[in-house]
Design a protein around this ligand. Sequence first.
Ligand code: IPM
Ligand code: MG
Length: 353
Amino acid sequence: MKTTIAILPGDGIGTEVTREAVKILDAVAQKFGHEFDLPEGLVGGAGLDAENNPFPQSAADICAGSAAVLLGAVGGPKWDDVPTESRPERGLLRLRAALNVFANLRPVAPHPVLTGTSPIRADLLEGVDIMVVRELTGGIYFGKKERTADSATDVCTYTRSEIERVLRIAGKLATGRRGKVTSVDKSNVLETSRLWREVTNELMPVEFPDIEVEHLLVDAAAMHLLSRPADFDVIVTENMFGDILTDEASMLAGSMGMLPSASLNDGTVGLYEPIHGSAPDIAGQDKANPCAAILSAAMLLRHSLNLEEEAKAVEDAVTHALRDGLRTADIAAAGEPAVGTADMGSTIAAALA
Ligand code: IPM
Ligand code: MG
């Protein structure tokens, strides 16, 4: 049976790293005897240029007929001055909303081979294995926006059910891990955070009585992530805090280029994308690290297609390439030679064969 996976490369290095992830999906299909149909769609600036829409109907149609969606990255200076509603980032938000992928899983586990790459002291990185669950379809990114010449407004709203459903995902994940959930909010200032904390305190003891629950204010959480990263198991937080904290947390893993993500709803159709952006400064130069995109493809195999063995094989192939000393520029030590995006992808694909 053919499985359709929508491929949305987007902009900048998104197109380069997605190409490598597709190589990996082809290698998986070959090795394990699957048939993947991989139709491509345009989103972000690419959609805007071609169809005057950062999430055109053509891309929506491709996604609607797919078992999962693999995305690269969107945005770039070329579209800096377009109105808010047409921005490439708006296209990504609309895609996430269309798929209703409210829970964004961002695993942060420094690769044992790469601990020297992180700016954080190696002794602090020992045992770090964090799963950040970022609420992805609510909060300030989706609230009403207003703008006059002299004032601007972004509304942040959360409903009880939006908080409950993402807490349930976090609770389930923690159950299969080390049994701890850290909920991050700003309940000393924000009303939405007060509701967030209230709902957490109501739901967790009833539905997940064996899970230890810790609350942290987001400013303190930003500090604790660096001072005691190994203490965290699952972190659950609202959209904007999760966006910010995961860029910070990526430094534990050495580079944003190593961090994949899975965005899930209550069904099986998920959206998979590296946490990094389109990196216009290195776009088109074969310098980007394709590992985050490739590891996102592994998460896709696991969460949407239920192909655990295949997912593990991809992760092992990445480890294999790193153990062999292969490094893209972002993870190469000073003076160490770096390989390009395409070489990195081909070597990982070859390790799979
Ligand atoms: C991310 C990105 C996006 C976000 C941008 C590009 C809209 O920063 O996936 O973390 O804020 O969600
Ligand atoms: Mg971000």
